[in-house]
Write a protein that binds this ligand. Structure first.
Ligand code: HEC
Ligand code: HEC
Ligand code: HEC
Ligand code: HEC
Length: 168
């Protein structure tokens, strides 16, 4: 715990948003004594990037990180039909509600594929706290035959994190 805390302090010098910082301190310092995080809670990608900067930066260069752009000109009444595939956690507990109330959950973020991260962030070493390798079925929920008839998992999964690194 101690050496990890030091790592984070060092990282913090690289000027992270104070919001992320405080969330992490709560997670790190009190993760062990507070009740387990509510399942189904979304953190948002900034929290993940705090500890996974390489995968995170790689993701930010992909279309998933811009998936909301194409929706901005959509009239409000047609927008809800697009959200399940273009934002994070739409209709799920703690997930995207609207651009106004949950702007931090626009786009197709980490937690759409890896699952919600609250309990993982509190106990990163805990096996199974997060999905290590999201499977094809995950992708097919959005890459439907209608939206993406030529979807090929083997090829496209390599493009999700262009410069894949396996550990933080
Ligand atoms: C407080 C730091 C921290 C935060 C926040 C964090 N992680 Fe992690 N994560 C880790 C560490 C440390 C490991 C390595 C654990 C190990 O090897 O046992 C890890 C492992 C992983 C793995 C690999 C799991 C495996 O079984 O191999 C994935 C995927 C992952 N994290 C995704 C995420 C996502 C997505 C988020 C945001 C929702 C996130 N992490 C937030 C520290 C963090
Ligand atoms: C079932 C999931 C799903 C729904 C619902 C959905 N999309 Fe998409 N959308 C995708 C996927 C997957 C891609 C990427 C397709 C590809 O890789 O060829 C995509 C791509 C796009 C793009 C990228 C530009 C392009 O190349 O076409 C835009 C813009 C877009 N969608 C807008 C919308 C709008 C607007 C709606 C609602 C009217 C919507 N989408 C509903 C899954 C969805
Ligand atoms: C569109 C789905 C998707 C999104 C979004 C996504 N990932 Fe991944 N991630 C994957 C897939 C698939 C793999 C496995 C890739 C492989 O094995 O080649 C992976 C692998 C990883 C790994 C390595 C796990 C291991 O131990 O090998 C980490 C860490 C990770 N992702 C973190 C993140 C973080 C952090 C974000 C957001 C900033 C994110 N991912 C966004 C699908 C996704
Ligand atoms: C929540 C819905 C969602 C999930 C889950 C999802 N995607 Fe996507 N994906 C999208 C959307 C939407 C776009 C298009 C974004 C845009 O351009 O507006 C896209 C675009 C892409 C692209 C870039 C365009 C292309 O088709 O080459 C790749 C590659 C991709 N996704 C791979 C994957 C893989 C692999 C998985 C599973 C590990 C996955 N996606 C899971 C919604 C999703």
């Amino acid at each position: 715990m101690n050496h990890l805390t030091k790592d984070w302090e060092a990282k913090m010098k690289n000027c992270f948003l104070s919001v992320s910082v405080s969330v992490f301190f709560w997670a790190i310092l009190f993760g062990g004594i507070l009740p387990a995080a509510v399942p189904g809670d979304y953190l948002g990608y900034k929290e993940c990037i705090f500890c996974h900067d390489e995968n995170g930066n790689a993701w930010q260069k992909t279309q998933h990180a811009r998936a909301f752009e194409g929706l901005k000109k959509m009239p409000q009444e047609r927008l809800s039909g697009c959200l399940t595939c273009h934002v994070t956690g739409y209709g799920k507990p703690g997930g995207f509600v609207s651009f106004e109330s949950t702007p931090e959950l626009i786009n197709v973020q980490c937690e759409e594929c890896h699952g919600t991260g609250k309990s993982h962030a509190a106990n990163p070493g805990e096996k199974g706290s997060i999905t290590a390798k999201p499977e094809e079925t995950k992708c097919l929920g959005c890459h439907t035959p209608r939206q993406d008839p030529k979807f090929d998992y083997a090829t496209k999964s390599k493009l999700v994190h262009p410069k894949q690194v396996s550990k933080p």
